[in-house]
Design a binder for this molecule. Sequence first.
Ligand SMILES: Nc1ncnc2c1ncn2[C@@H]1O[C@H](COP(=O)(O)OP(=O)(O)OP(=O)(O)O)[C@@H](O)[C@H]1O
Ligand SMILES: [Mg+2]
Length: 463
Amino acid sequence: MSYVVVTFVVLLILNIYCSRTSQKLFYQSKSVSMIEKCQLASDEIAALDVMNPSTVGQIVGQMDSLKITRLIVTDQSGCVLYDSSGQTLGTYALFPEILWALDTGSGSRVGNDVFTWKYHDGAMDSRAATPIVYYGTVVGCVYMTEYDTAQGALIESLQSNVLWITLVLEVVVILFSLAYSNTFSRRINRIMASMRTIQEGDYTHKLDMDGNDELAVLGKEFNDLTDRLQTSEQKRSRFVSDASHELKTPLASIKLLTDSILQYDMDQQTLREFVADIGNEADRLNRMTEKLLSLTRAEGVSSDECEIIRMAPTVQRVARMLRQNAINAGVTIHLDLKEDAPVLILEDDLYQIVFNLMENGIKYNVSGGTLTVRLRREEDNAVLEVQDTGTGIPEEALDHVFERFYRVDKARSRATGGSGLGLAIVRTIVQRNRGEIRIASQLNRGTTFTVLFPAFDTEVDAN
Ligand SMILES: Nc1ncnc2c1ncn2[C@@H]1O[C@H](COP(=O)(O)OP(=O)(O)OP(=O)(O)O)[C@@H](O)[C@H]1O
Ligand SMILES: [Mg+2]
């Protein structure tokens, strides 16, 4: 509708403009030719010694090349000296054109050249009048009329042609708009239908939008978006099912233990052991929910509040925290923190990384083993290296250790209270801080985790 209205208005304006311009062109050419003819007659008459009906009639008779419909000559008072139709001879011709041509009172001392024009019934009705000037004085007036049907027909055919062209163009525009809007609406409807399908939860749906225009690009973007939605939906449901599965195990143990306590008579000592086991399972649940919370936080929080910090103090703090664990496991901790470099990170994030890696290095170590934490520079990177002499990780498991809830040896991890979330948290935080984590391991010889962050040397940057 908009297309049709806009083009209709434009075509209407063009139509009016064309018809006005053509009329104006005819008017101009006509006015010049008629006034020239009048002036020619005026000059001839002005040259007469005496101006009376007979002398004027005689001179006009000689000018039969004028080809006009009617010619009237008056004296300065408007009294007709000659009329080609003979109707007004001797009377006063009070046509407006004659009065205006003879008018010397309105600023002009020598009268006015007048041309008027009317277009009706397919004919051009033109009238012109010029004063007859004799030595600077108006002594009469020549008035001509011309009723021209040939030029009128020309204007009429021009106007009707333009009108026809306009109508044909408008019909073409309407047909084109209908066809275009039809295709456009059909394609938009397909997008809407796809959106509804996605809204209903079918993320496998694909929108098939052919062509190379903006709608095709929109269709491609739409498909990319649903792909991402599908991936994140899959991740979410896997996470929920993994998490509930993990939480189910300690809950089932608690249930078993409480059932046993209720069903069997047991001595004080056994009862205490059962209750202690319930406590341990509850602790495990607690640890797991805490880790789940940290993971959700690590995935959601943006690193806007980062600060430039050195890594050594955090490593020392974690080492102090884990000292008792290391003693219990018979593991010696070595710290080599000389090549410390500033990095842009949240202190809490760095603590989580170091804690999880060092905790693993102790947990999956052997009695009498060592855990070495090293800080060093590697080109533009600040590197944190956590190396243990523990059990190592089998090669096929290396790709999976960063997945949520993944544990190489489920039984051993459960015994050590592991939930399989530590490394998932570490990787999320490292990536969020524009870092990179690498892993190298040899079975029964040990594992090395290497974390790289862009070094943030403010002194160097300031220069
Ligand atoms: N230094 C290491 N040496 C040997 N195996 C390791 C080491 N670090 C991690 N792993 C293996 O990778 C698995 C995943 O580690 P991750 O830290 O994510 O979980 P977790 O230690 O079991 O539990 P959590 O850290 O959540 O308490 C562990 O279960 C373990 O099998
Ligand atoms: Mg761990």
